[in-house]
Design a protein around this ligand. Structure first.
Ligand SMILES: C[S@@+](CC[C@H](N)C(=O)[O-])C[C@H]1O[C@@H](n2cnc3c(N)ncnc32)[C@H](O)[C@@H]1O
Length: 458
């Protein structure tokens, strides 16, 4: 194939999936992509590639590309020593949470492949927490490869997945099944899996519950991206961690310059990247701030200062009038989201309670509360808030999406189908690249794609 076409294919893959194929890997890219062509259906490979770069990046195409191009190499307790050192870091977080009496932990395995990594994390936590039943633990595994995710959900592994672990691991956490090993139910219940494209999907995001993470594993994933994509990803991972949270990468990915936002914490031969900002200036602790007093009588309009261009008519320049009361309330909701992002869920809930003492009619406060409950793993509370939201704003697309997911996990099929139908109709009314309100940056096309996947996934 001509190298100009290959460079266009490589750019298309980089743009949509982040995967980096420089010229010296063009032949590998070509060989991998050619596997996607069913035998003898295409006369000319160039035609196939020409069509590919002009195709919209639909979820079918993405699934095919992810299956052909990603490398899913993984196994249980990959880097045993690193896991041992990680235990010490987790011990400290656990101690802190016990002192605060906030028994929750959020852990995200980004690029989890077939699931060995998030299950290894669950096994580690089970060992560290004798009172695990009192804890609210969320371990989320995400990947771009749908075939890997299916395998992760099945939780059935061959000997090859145990190539680096102690023999007693199998007896502790697996049930033998012919020539395979199935992860025990208690460990399976600790881990959820979900599709997520690290390059295109939004995070941190309340709406996807990828927010306020205590630990993020992003091991052996970044190496497949180019430097610009890596830097952008590292920034977003930083923003997704709670203050004091920890990013775990593989030793081959260590880099002082690339992780300069983080404080590097060296334990023996391993480096853990900690989010330790000098000071948090944007968020005042809600518990320490004086109780909110809002005079209901304030009616004075407040205008935002806008730089005036002489050419513009003055009428274009005035933003919608907002009362001081409204601005204070908006600030409170904003603060609730920031607190949730810092992992301070209880305080975030308090902020929304204060908000609702003054205003019970604004849908956004119910949506924010539902997202906080989801982050806490309190699904029933989240569902109640979403139902209140839909009562007030029956056209709220993200509300409907989350409600559908909750109904789905509760097996309420009729209610789920109603929500999917409503959502598909609502999303088709938007332009494909229009951002869905309250979705933290998800386009209508992307959400529709997710809805299609989930509604077909019985
Ligand atoms: C080598 S595996 C790493 C598995 C595990 N983290 C480990 O260290 O053992 C790399 C994974 O990254 C995933 N990946 C590649 N590009 C991705 C993207 N844009 N978004 C999400 N996952 C991606 C691949 O599908 C693959 O499963």
């Amino acid at each position: 194939m001509n190298s100009k076409l290959l460079s266009q294919v490589s750019a298309y893959i980089g743009r949509n999936m982040g995967l980096h194929y420089p010229p010296d890997r063009y032949s590998e890219l070509e060989a991998r992509l050619l596997r996607m062509i069913p035998e003898k259906t295409v006369e000319d490979a160039d035609d196939f590639f020409e069509q590919l770069i002009h195709r919209p990046f639909t979820y079918e195409l993405r699934n095919q590309l992810a299956t052909s191009l990603t490398v899913g190499e993984t196994y249980f307790f990959r880097s045993v020593k690193l896991f041992e050192e990680l235990e010490k870091i987790l011990d400290k977080v656990i101690l802190k949470r016990r002192k605060e009496n906030h028994l929750h932990l959020n852990i995200w395995s980004a690029g989890c492949s077939t699931g060995e990594e998030p299950y290894s994390i669950a096994m580690t936590l089970l060992h560290l927490l004798p009172d695990i039943l009192d804890w609210n633990i969320s371990i989320l595994g995400t990947d771009i490869n749908p075939v890997s995710l299916k395998k992760a959900e099945k939780a059935m592994y061959s000997e090859w997945s145990f190539r680096n672990c102690k023999e007693n691991l199998k007896t502790m956490h697996f049930i033998p099944r012919k020539d395979r090993w199935e992860v025990t139910q208690n460990i399976r219940e600790m881990v959820r899996f979900r599709f997520l494209n690290l390059i295109r999907d939004p995070f941190p995001s309340l709406s996807s519950s990828i927010i306020g993470e205590d630990v993020i594993f992003c091991k052996n994933v970044m190496m497949y991206f180019d430097e610009t994509v890596q830097n952008c990803l590292i920034d977003r991972l930083f923003n997704t961690l709670v203050e004091g949270g920890c990013l775990v990468v593989d030793p081959v990915e260590y880099s002082a310059s690339r992780f300069s936002n983080f404080t590097s914490h060296r334990v023996k031969d391993y480096v853990f990247y900690l989010k330790q900002r000098k000071e948090i200036d944007t968020v005042k602790e809600i518990s320490k701030s004086p109780p909110l007093k809002i005079k209901k009588t304030i009616k004075k309009p407040v205008f935002k200062t806008i730089k005036v261009s002489k050419k513009k008519a003055v009428t274009d320049l005035v933003e919608p009038v907002k009362t001081a009361e409204k601005l204070v309330l908006e600030d409170l909701l904003k603060r609730a989201k920031e607190l949730a992002n810092l992992g301070k869920h209880e305080e975030a809930l308090k902020a929304t309670e204060q908000y609702q003492k003054v205003d019970k009619a604004t849908p956004e406060s119910y949506y924010t509360r539902s997202m906080i409950y989801l982050a806490l793993g309190q699904q029933e509370n989240a569902k109640q808030e979403l139902e209140k939201l839909m009562f007030l704003a029956s056209d709220h697309l993200m509300g409907s999406f989350h409600l559908a997911c909750l109904y789905k996990s509760a097996g309420k099929n009729e209610a789920v189908n109603r929500q999917w139908k409503f959502l598909k109709a609502g999303l088709k009314k938007l332009d494909s690249d229009e951002l869905v309100p309250d979705s933290d940056g998800m386009s209508a096309e992307r959400l529709l794609e997710l809805v299609e996947i989930m509604s077909n996934d019985k």
